[in-house]
Design a protein around this ligand. Structure first.
Ligand code: ADP
Length: 486
């Protein structure tokens, strides 16, 4: 990897940062404490803006607004078609504001601007539209009970929801959680990650423009142990949806249990293996194998390794606004240091560093695409989620061995298989304990495709109609029926 030399070809102008305060009850407000924190441009390590820092008192205010909006406001009482109309308007506004949104995503999270523009932002509008289409199709069932009883079920919104989201997909995560909750008729508090608060605040502004009533969608940026913990332990929040690390997920579930027993859904860490069999085109396989942990069938191992190193070396690292760049900076100093420390572990534990391994440049959080080979299952780089441009390569001989290795992790978020053999693909798909299996692709998502973990990758699903049920609960209504012969 080489750092593009800053001669950025894109016409990037630092946008005016309009929204830096908490969004509570339809207004942008300062935090109760008056405190602020910096959000950092990962290209330089310098501050982009100061953001109001939410804490427990601010979460309390947001919950009060959401509670009021749920208990007395129009949103849960609207027909599904009414909610659908407002959500469709929200989606249109995202498209109208796509330019600035893509800039914010790239600026705050270091994501490639072109990807944000072609992927994350239009994807957000799609997700909203998907769930807008579901809003008027939520219904219960009629139950023919005993001869003397008849019943039906109602699907009701679960109430006030707390969404706690990470920095890795600030836009996608926001809409994966907010859209089904809106469709269900819930009201909510979103806590974006402290690294990436900007775009969530912009979405709050668009929600208001679209006509989402005050108090329905509140955004409270802040830190995990303060604002995040206040959401998890709040007595008046009815459900928490969390995406983040397994350790914090455990704390969130504990806080939910010891407070008001609110249900939680947790989308946690992963270590998603990609199994590459020896009947595939090495070039295509190397293209697919962006990040993660790779298991290679022995037959093509050497050739594959060579191809991968070639591609990694040609990989342009640099300013996410430069269209030639394939990999931007890591999101912040903490993540940057964490990745470098994993790389040191890898070397110390005896893995062979094929390429990369070092930071690039003196400014910002850039790291070379890094590939280790001769990795064994007990090494940290094989076991822990790294969330960086670090690949670990392992060899396998048989299908059984590949399955065993892929399952030898406490995680179960995702896995990929590359092969032309349909039987191998199907066998491996059934055998791997993970929430999504990609065959001859990797990292492919859509609004209608449920996503979430097995094992310590959590439980509950985002996306699909599956996730609508996170935000609904079932009420049974029973009535006697007299003198029925049936
Ligand atoms: P990552 O490793 O991806 O940063 P984290 O689990 O640390 O994942 O963070 C994900 C989200 O959880 C962020 O919004 C963060 O602020 C929040 N968070 C961190 N600690 C806590 C906590 N103790 N309680 C609730 N939320 C938290």
């Amino acid at each position: 990897g080489s750092l593009s030399n800053g001669s950025c070809k894109s016409l990037f102008k630092m946008p005016e940062i309009k929204f830096t305060k908490l969004f509570i009850n339809g207004e942008f407000v300062d935090s109760v404490s008056g405190k602020t924190f910096e959000t950092i441009d990962p290209r330089t390590g310098e501050a982009i803006a100061r953001i109001a820092e939410g804490d427990k008192e601010d979460v309390d205010l947001a919950v009060k607004a959401a509670r009021q909006a749920f208990d007395h406001g129009p949103w849960p009482r609207f027909s599904g078609a009414e909610r659908r109309g407002i959500m469709l308007k929200f989606a249109d506004l995202i498209e109208e504001h796509a330019e600035v949104l893509a800039v914010l995503e790239a600026l705050d999270a270091g994501k490639l601007h072109s990807w944000a523009k072609m992927g994350d932002i239009p994807g957000a509008a799609n997700t909203l539209r998907y769930y807008a289409g579901a809003a008027d199709k939520i219904h219960g069932e009629v139950l023919k009970m005993s001869r003397a009883l008849q019943g039906y079920t109602l699907r009701e919104p679960i109430g006030v929801v707390g969404h706690i989201i990470p920095w890795n997909f600030p836009t996608t995560m926001f809409f994966m959680k907010v859209s089904p909750a809106l469709a269900a008729g819930c009201t909510m508090i979103v806590k974006p990650a402290e690294q990436t608060p900007l775009i969530a605040l912009y979405f709050a502004h668009l929600a208001k423009l679209a006509g989402v009533p005050d108090g329905v969608l509140n955004v409270v940026p802040g830190f995990g142990p303060t604002a995040g913990a206040a959401i998890a332990s709040h007595m008046d929040i009815d459900k928490v949806s969390f995406t983040g690390s397994t350790d914090v997920g455990r704390q969130v579930m504990q806080a939910a249990a010891t407070s008001n027993l609110k249900p939680v859904s947790l989308e946690l860490g992963g270590k998603s293996p990609l199994l590459i069999f020896d009947d595939v085109d090495v070039n295509t396989a190397a293209d697919m194998a962006l990040l993660g942990i790779l298991f290679n069938k022995e037959g093509i191992y050497d050739e594959f390794e060579k191809k991968l190193v070639e591609k990694a070396k040609a990989w342009v690292v640099g300013d996410p606004f430069d269209p030639a760049v394939r990999q931007g900076p890591q999101v912040d100093k903490k993540q940057f240091d964490r990745i470098l420390s994993y790389i040191e572990h890898g070397k110390r534990e005896g893995a062979t560093l094929l390429t990369g391994g070092k930071p690039i440049g003196k400014k910002g959080y850039y790291i070379e695409p890094t590939i280790f080979t001769n990795v064994t299952e007990d090494m940290l780089i094989a076991k822990n989620e790294i969330f960086g441009p670090v690949m670990a390569l392992m060899k396998f001989k048989t299908v059984e061995e590949a399955i065993k290795s892929a399952n030898n992790t406490r995680y179960g978020l995702a896995a990929g298989i590359m092969t032309k053999d349909l039987n191998v693909a199907n066998t491996v798909s059934r055998s791997i304990r993970a929430g999504i299996i990609w065959i001859n692709c990797y990292f492919a998502f859509d609004s209608d495709c449920p996503y979430g973990g097995y094992k310590m990758s959590g439980f509950g699903r985002d996306c699909g109609l599956e996730s609508l049920h996170n935000y609904l609960q079932v009420k049974s209504v029973v009535t006697p029926i007299f003198n029925s012969p049936w």
